[in-house]
Design a binder for this molecule. Structure first.
Ligand code: 4AD
Ligand code: MG
Length: 477
């Protein structure tokens, strides 16, 4: 007897065939209708049980959450809402789920409640839909780069460098943290460590990706990155996945073109491949929005928003133009930003980014040519001597989703910048080598994968789009 997934049973024409299916019970109504799901799709298959033909002891175990094996005939459904159903002839319980203690009951649970149950929340429709979209997005990412001549590069996770120079690193050490060996001047003696050097979890694979781009031409990373920033926001995680393409012979314009094309294509990929899940998430969002005041409701339903972004040009503006717009804008009733922009050179806060995207341009925005003073050391200095060829992509509801730049390829300028920031040349001797041997214009960017998943699913909190979120409060699982 053939074993099928719910998705196959619902989509293929297997009418009147004997089928077997394994899955988890969503609900069991009137001792007659089992709604069964196996994770293959958001939809359940209805399995109709003639209770007189089954042992009472078996039926008693058909509770929400139980794992069961069902055999039966696939027939046209008499009920509303489904085309086919299974007339059950065989029912085996793999494992029951005690309704007194199983926390995921068929009712609405809050996202906060479910965060406490990260190991079981995937059994809900919402989390199953999000994680299928997340999986499809990852495939879309690989497909895009593989089809466009990129090589997948695996950046090291343990590294001696701080790519962003922001000092937000998790230290890696095999030393006894309570009693570490000390040098004569009282610092931890990393020479005694397994790595013989101070090491940390990577904050970005960029610097290493640059070494590969300068030989393979076009590469991308897609892996976990770590930031020990103690920010409790709905947009930050201590462990997140980043996609970092790096391309030789690309200038900043090529970089922006690629980033825009890439994002549009992966969004198209989920629109084409995740219709059922997106429709479910859209409906969920509409229900949630009904509880909000009118002013806070989203102007576009989820699927329309994804189509809009995938089909329309992103607006490109320089940092300097953006500052002029922000200075002359009245963002709200109070006509003021919480952090008013007074001078050129200030870093933008998320209220400014979101104003530009959501109120002013009403589309994704690429800001470029930022002041050198607020950006990382490796960015290419412009001829004006004060801006760098950096670009950030800002998205509605999200703020910054991409950060990238053309890299400083001139050895002397790079050394000067490092010296000015107190970055030791010896630390990055290998990075400087790239500028000594066959240096060339090159560029890249980093896209925060969870922020993309947030956008694609319409969810509001980054903790809900990664299986086991790592935030300052949560590392239990
Ligand atoms: O802007 P960031 O810090 O840029 C870099 O790391 C560069 N080295 C990338 C490159 O050019 N190859 O980070 C890139 C993106 C951000 O735009 C944001 O989407 C995401 O990574 N990001 C985070 N996502 C979740 N939690 C955090 N704590 C994040 N920090 C950055
Ligand atoms: Mg950034």
């Amino acid at each position: 007897m053939n074993s099928y997934s719910v998705k196959e049973l619902l989509s293929e024409n297997l009418l009147l065939q004997e089928v077997t299916i394994n899955g988890w019970v969503k609900t069991f109504r009137s001792n007659r209708f089992i709604a069964l799901n196996d994770g293959s799709t958001i939809n359940n298959i209805q399995c109709v049980v003639d209770f007189e033909s089954f042992d009472e002891d078996v039926l008693k175990q058909v509770n929400t959450g139980a794992a069961v094996k069902i055999t039966g005939t696939l027939v046209e459904s008499q009920g509303k809402g489904q085309k086919v159903e299974i007339q059950v002839t065989g029912l085996t319980i793999h494992g029951g789920a005690d309704p007194e203690t199983y926390p995921i009951q068929p009712k609405k649970h809050s996202l906060e409640f479910l965060r406490e149950k990260a190991h079981l929340r995937i059994r809900t429709n919402t989390f199953a839909a999000i994680m299928r979209v997340r999986s499809a997005l990852s495939f879309g990412v690989h497909q895009y780069f593989q089809q466009n001549g990129f090589n997948y590069f695996h950046a090291p996770i343990i590294t001696g460098s701080d790519a962003e120079g922001a000092g937000e690193m998790f230290k890696v050490s095999t030393l006894d943290s309570k009693n570490p060996p000390l040098t004569e001047d009282g610092n931890i003696d990393y020479k005694e460590d397994f790595f013989g050097k101070e090491t940390n979890l990577t904050v970005s694979g960029q610097l290493e990706a640059e070494t590969y781009a300068m030989a393979l031409g076009k590469v991308y990373t897609f892996g976990p990155t770590f930031r020990a920033e103690n920010s409790n926001t709905s947009r930050h995680l201590a462990e997140f996945w980043m996609i970092e393409p790096e391309m030789a012979f690309f200038d900043l314009n090529d970089n922006m073109d690629l980033a825009e094309d890439f994002i549009k294509n992966v969004i198209k990929y989920v629109l084409e491949n995740c219709q059922d899940d997106l429709q479910f998430l859209e409906k969920r969002l509409l229900d949630e929005e009904k509880t909000k005041p009118q002013a806070e409701r989203s102007e576009m339903p989820l699927i329309e928003k994804l189509k809009f972004v995938s089909e329309n040009s992103f607006k490109r503006v320089t940092y300097t133009e953006a500052i002029d717009i922000l200075r002359n804008s009245k963002p709200n009733k109070k006509k003021k930003f919480k952090y008013p922009i007074n001078e050129w050179g200030a870093d933008l806060q998320s209220e400014h980014e979101r104003f530009l995207v959501e109120k002013h341009f009403k589309c994704p925005v690429i800001l470029f040519d930022y002041p050198a003073t607020i950006k990382a050391f490796y960015m290419r200095l412009n001829e004006d001597g004060k801006t760098v060829r950096a670009m950030d992509i800002l998205f509605p509801g999200i703020g910054e989703i991409v950060g990238g730049s053309q890299r400083e390829e001139r050895l002397d300028v790079l050394k000067e910048k490092m010296a000015a920031l107190g970055i030791d040349e010896e630390e990055l001797w290998w990075y400087l080598d790239l500028r000594k041997f066959g240096s060339a214009v090159h560029s890249g960017f980093g896209l925060g994968f969870e922020r993309l998943v947030l956008f694609a699913t319409g969810m509001g909190n980054i903790r809900d789009v990664i299986p086991f979120p790592r935030t300052p409060q949560n590392a239990e699982f």
